[in-house]
Design a protein around this ligand. Sequence first.
Ligand code: BV8
Ligand code: ZN
Length: 241
Amino acid sequence: MQSIKYSIQDIKERLRNSKAVTILTGAGISAESGVPIFRGKNGLWKNFRPEDLATPEAFKREPGLVWEWYDSRRQTLSRLKPNPGHFAIAEIEKRVKDFTLITQNVDGLHQLAGSKNIIELHGNIWRVRCLTCGKVAENRDVPIKILPFCECGGLLRPDVVWFGEMLSDDNLTRAFVASDNCDIMFVIGTSGVVHPAASLALRAKDEGASVVEINIENTPLTASADATFLGKAGEILPQLL
Ligand code: BV8
Ligand code: ZN
């Protein structure tokens, strides 16, 4: 496997000599597990785009419709498993002194694959949060009763970050620290359009890290990456071990 300037061997060498490694993943790392990506042909659900439903306004207006979308994603996810790309990332974490995984995904597949130090920038689809008392709890009901309510009687929402919502300060700070202090950052399976996640690779680069992109196509991040490996994450990542 060859990127323009570097071979997998070169990257393996860099990885071996790195003290601090940060990995940023997007929906593409879960594609080979069968999880639909957001911005592909099958990114629509009942002709709705994620940007139409993953918003506080949509939930306020039609909580039932938004919960139907999340319930259908949870039902699909409950039958899916991590793929070799997730497992390779969990293995890299074991071999590196200082490792951080930053994921935009809400599917929980990195945890299932054994990753430990994970920053879930956009939350987790298996957690719910009460709009009244704020209680956050894990909820694995498949299907989930629509509409779901808290013991306090408050309406439950998915504990994810919607468009137009702030990411948690704590997660964002941890993600900035992990981007600023790594020797190498891998950016895997993300279209690089959603901010502030998309800016993390530029931060890492500005702080002197090597940025290695793994994607099946070029993205807005390709121009600033030191190396881009075009191909499936589930096939490329195991070659780094
Ligand atoms: C915020 C959780 C401050 C919910 C998600 C105009 C310009 C710039 C920014 C904005 C703008 N207008 C608004 C904004 C801000 C907005 C934003 O970035 N919008 C974008 C769409 C332009 N961001 C926000 O609102 C964020 N908050 O900014 O707060 C603020 C506050 C108030 C007002 C303004 C700002 C919150 C963003 C979080 C949204 N929540 N998800 C849920 O999942 O239900 S985002 C959603 O997109 C997912 O989390 C997903 O992970 C994420 C990013 O998408 P990707 O992961 O990259 O997935 P995608 O399908 O796009 O790409 C998949 C890639 O994989 C592709 O490149 C494909 O080639 C590749 N691939 C496929 N198969 C493989 C593969 N690669 C390797 N191997 C394979 N096998
Ligand atoms: Zn409550």
